[in-house]
Design a protein around this ligand. Structure first.
Ligand code: URA
Length: 236
């Protein structure tokens, strides 16, 4: 199927549409060996599209990995401060992957990395409401009224949170464990939600994204998603 060149390039995870347009205007993009012009369409299934002479990734080159991000790793591919980054954990893959969303430095758990721009956009889009399940260790014990506040939506400085699922798991001494399911992805959202009801989080782990589970994957390890899992994530 024919599509605009900038859309094809954005889907391949290479650049944003805007950036792809600039590359086309600069004459860096070719279709079947001929320099392309802005506004042109091509069929990624049969046309040879290249940037600076390098062919675009085909569907088969697209991968998504499920990583167990350990505490202490920054969710970026490079860190100017030299801290450990999630890219270090997938460096045996000869691919340029980027994280889908982010986990805080001190949060561990399920993090997806991909070179598939379509998949990343799909998962990030609020319309798709992808559930994310977290296990939080909080100070004190959450009352059922406080659990209700978190479940119905609570006012944070950037607005009221969307309804969440809250399950009080167990109490251990002066702390307790709570499972919370949200589909928004605001900065430090889970930590801020618990802070807002007076129970700061001392440990946070993401257990699930959509139907994908962290399972028994050890911290720092990853696995590649199957083609079927990727199709399911895209809702295909
Ligand atoms: N909420 C947080 O507070 N931190 C994360 O890393 C993810 C969600």
């Amino acid at each position: 199927m024919k599509q605009r060149l900038q859309k094809i390039m954005a889907s391949s995870g290479l650049a944003s549409r805007r950036e792809a347009e600039r590359w086309i205007e600069a004459g860096r993009v070719t279709v079947n060996g001929r320099v392309a012009s802005l506004g042109e369409s091509a069929d990624p299934g049969c046309d040879r599209i290249a940037v600076d002479g390098r062919p675009l990734k085909s569907e088969e080159d697209k991968v998504c990995v499920l990583l167990h991000k350990p505490v202490g790793y920054v969710t970026t591919m490079r860190d100017p401060q030299g801290r450990p980054v999630v890219a270090d954990l997938v460096k045996d893959l000869p691919l340029r992957l980027f994280p889908v969303g982010r986990l805080d430095l001190n949060t561990s758990g399920l993090l997806l990395l991909t070179n598939d721009g379509d998949l990343a956009n799909h998962l990030a889009h609020p319309r798709h409401n992808v559930d994310k399940v977290y296990l939080a260790r909080i100070r004190g014990v959450l009352s059922s009224a406080q659990a209700g506040l978190l479940a119905n939506g609570i006012r944070l400085e950037d607005g009221i949170t969307a309804p969440a699922k809250v399950e009080r798991v167990r109490q251990v001494g002066s702390h307790s464990w709570v499972k919370i399911t949200i589909h928004e992805g605001r900065n430090r959202q889970v930590r801020r939600m618990f802070e807002a009801v007076g129970h700061p989080v001392s440990r946070l782990q993401r257990l699930q994204v959509g139907f994908l589970e962290l399972g028994a994957l050890a911290p720092g390890r990853y696995r590649k998603l199957s083609g079927q899992e990727i199709m399911r994530l895209k809702g295909l």
